[in-house]
Design a protein. Structure first.
Length: 184
């Protein structure tokens, strides 16, 4: 079971629906295998984007860096080898609005928590959900301190440097920076 879903089930005691999206076919197959035996965990081989249809997706040497965006090493070059394109594939996409309406109808839930890990693309997905954002009770987003992709927002733009943000908890996922928490 992937770590995030495992944490929801085992550590947080969450028993509701989990809907996982994964655009990379091989990783998707692993996700499906990990979700077997859990009737409330559903997997889809697609990605969220700013339009529903199909988009070119960059597969990186380190698959965890794969993204719709092209890699950049201008601000942080230590990951250049892992964050380099090895293939480009077409992936099926839905907007957050379209996807949310579909799953809300299918699974009839009351509350939704959205966890995003889209390698510099989170802000585009959030904008694609402007009709349903107020139905989502929380959003978890992985935001890099340094831009790893061309066209990605910088850290401050991602968190709303205009003072309009909310409560943020920053957790270190890199060995190269310290953890800290901030109430904004």
């Amino acid at each position: 079971m992937p770590p995030f879903a495992q944490g929801l089930r085992k550590n947080a005691g969450y028993t509701g629906q989990i809907i996982s999206l994964e655009p990379l076919p091989g990783i998707y197959d692993e996700l499906v295998s990990g979700s077997s035996g859990d009737a409330k965990w559903h997997c889809r081989n697609l990605a969220l984007s700013d339009h529903s249809g199909s988009i070119k997706f960059h597969v990186m040497r380190g698959d965890q860096f794969s993204s719709f965006l092209e890699p950049s090493s201008e601000e942080f070059s230590s990951l250049q080898e892992k964050n380099s394109v090895t293939d480009t594939i077409d992936v099926q996409t839905l907007t957050l609005d379209d996807f949310y309406r579909e799953i809300k109808t299918r699974y009839n839930f009351n509350n939704c928590f959205l966890k995003l890990d889209t390698q510099g693309y989170d802000h585009i997905i959030i904008v694609s959900g402007n009709k349903v954002l107020y139905d989502i009770v929380g959003i978890q987003s992985e935001i890099a301190l340094s831009r790893l992709y061309k066209g990605a927002l910088n850290f401050l733009r991602n968190i709303g440097d205009d003072g309009s943000g909310g409560i943020f908890d920053f957790i270190n996922i890199s060995q190269q920076c310290r953890s800290f928490s901030l109430l904004h």
